[in-house]
Design a protein around this ligand. Sequence first.
Ligand SMILES: C[S@@+](CC[C@H](N)C(=O)[O-])C[C@H]1O[C@@H](n2cnc3c(N)ncnc32)[C@H](O)[C@@H]1O
Length: 301
Amino acid sequence: MESAGFHVPVMVREVFEAMKLPKGGVYVDGTLGHGGHALEAAKFIQPGGTVYGFDWDIKMLEIAKGRISGIDNVHWNTFNIPFFDAPELLSNLNVRADGILLDLGVNSGHFDDPSRGFSFKEGPLSMKMNESSGEPASAFLNRMTPYEIESVLLEYGDERWARAIAKQIVTRRKEKPLRTTTDLVDCVLAAIPAGARDKRIHPATRTFQAIRVLTNSELDRLEEAFMGFAEILAKGGVLVILSYHSGEDRIAKQFIKRETKSKDSHRFVSLFEKPIQPSAQEIRFNHRARSARMRAIQKVA
Ligand SMILES: C[S@@+](CC[C@H](N)C(=O)[O-])C[C@H]1O[C@@H](n2cnc3c(N)ncnc32)[C@H](O)[C@@H]1O
């Protein structure tokens, strides 16, 4: 679901009810995207509040900057760097945050542009969120062993047909290396029998998710980032994590458990026993919200 072509922010009410941002407060957005959540945060902290926003995709950052430029009773600071590097930068600036959001993964702008390689429409098999560094998805798929491909599809995509899909990729690339998103879709369609397909999603959804996570090393420094952000919270401040697949959510869950349940953990509390999910009404309005899981941790000392 789109609103004027912008990414529709997920679980806005739940995120800001958990954060309880004060007027004049400091909000950090590690995944600024189209700025949807940041614009909502501004309503709580204005006048005089401060936002620090990060996105490693310069195209997303430019869109966000265009949207926030009209709101001048908030101090906006935006950075085109990965959020892994944000805690150190913020700490050097002596920032103490009242609320921090990590809304993980891709945004609808990535899917809507076939030239980025995230959608099933014909385009180069890139999937790079940060276009200025790293290798495209095709490079990984054209050199990995069948076992490596299968493991990635299982671990990052929970794909039941991982072995068959890996076999198709390896067989087909002998004829011609994979180049486009359609090449990858064709491998998946050849691997999953029509009768076994989940009718609710495109058959290649899990494969594309897994290969995207691999291409962008999305899980590699996640826990380190969670820790870093938790450290820069002010007392009473809240870190909210929105994840969209089991790999991300598992890391968020383990991080929160470790920080709140071990015997010498008295500085943080978990705000929810179980992850919060979007309402049926939100999912009806924004189908892309369906897999969201929200967890939150508060600094108490
Ligand atoms: C789900 S979207 C965020 C949408 C945003 N909350 C909004 O309302 O518009 C995630 C964004 O995070 C960015 N992103 C993903 N991983 C990142 C990372 N490691 N560092 C910085 N940005 C990242 C993506 O480029 C994408 O724009």
